[in-house]
Design a protein around this ligand. Structure first.
Ligand SMILES: [Ca+2]
Ligand SMILES: [Ca+2]
Length: 230
């Protein structure tokens, strides 16, 4: 079902996309298909983010904002989800009502203070140029590096642009010796609504309190992966 789209050419990551039809309200079944069993999950059902995760909302222009939050003040109740009944919205308030049509982030970035080996995320409401209500295509930015093609191109044919429905689920895996510290989604030509859900992270190790423990953990994780691939 999944399609492998890109490999080390993109800053040491492989991107795998899954179509909206992969959704299953039984997340255990869905997670097995997505290859995210055992990952740390952020379901956005509350305003508390999992350890190691912060979210940056970036908007240029006169009336813009630029905020990085380690906790949210709100979450958005949504008719279309990848789990539960709430999602993350690309606005720092995470409240849809009262927002103007052009008040969304130009870019939203998931930041991992503990490096990750793999990250998965479900997308909703991306109004791509080929869609039911076209507004803009989108760019994926991994570890600060913008990928050369649009998200729509990278994730084709599994990506479905739509104003209200699920678009695709993405799993981004670091190549051996690499890790993921941030994943950003950018509106290319129009700051439109973006929704995210069922964020799944496989950290190099659990967010540690001591840098020395973290270093040891990274070494152990690399060794473990070498053994697994030998
Ligand atoms: Ca949460
Ligand atoms: Ca949810």
């Amino acid at each position: 079902m999944g399609v492998t789209l890109a490999s080390s050419a993109f800053g040491g990551v492989t991107i795998t996309s899954f179509p909206p039809s992969i959704f299953n309200p039984d997340t255990g079944v869905m997670d097995s298909t997505l290859g995210i069993d055992g990952f740390t999950l952020e379901d956005f059902e509350d305003a508390t983010l999992i350890p190691g995760l912060a979210i940056e909302f970036l908007k240029g222009g006169v009336a813009g904002f630029n905020e990085t939050l380690s906790q949210l003040s709100n979450v958005l109740a949504s008719p279309t989800v990848w789990d539960g009944s709430h999602v993350l919205l690309n606005h720092p308030t995470n409240g849809f009502l009262g927002l103007g049509s052009a008040s969304f982030s130009t870019r939203i970035t998931f930041q991992f203070s503990t490096p990750a080996l793999s990250v998965g995320v479900g997308l909703v409401g991306f109004q791509s140029l080929v869609s039911n209500a076209p507004l803009t295509d989108h760019r994926l930015i991994i570890n600060g590096l913008p990928l050369p093609d649009t998200l729509e191109t990278l994730a084709a044919p599994n990506f479905v642009g739509h104003s209200r429905f699920r678009n695709a689920y993405l799993r981004i895996d670091a190549s051996e010796g690499m890790n993921i510290t941030s994943i950003g989604f950018e509106n290319i030509s129009f700051a439109e609504l973006l929704e995210f859900d069922h964020l799944a992270v496989q950290y190099v190790c659990e967010p540690a309190t001591l840098p020395l423990l973290l270093l040891g953990c990274i070494g152990a994780a690399i060794l473990a992966r070498r053994r697994a691939t030998d």
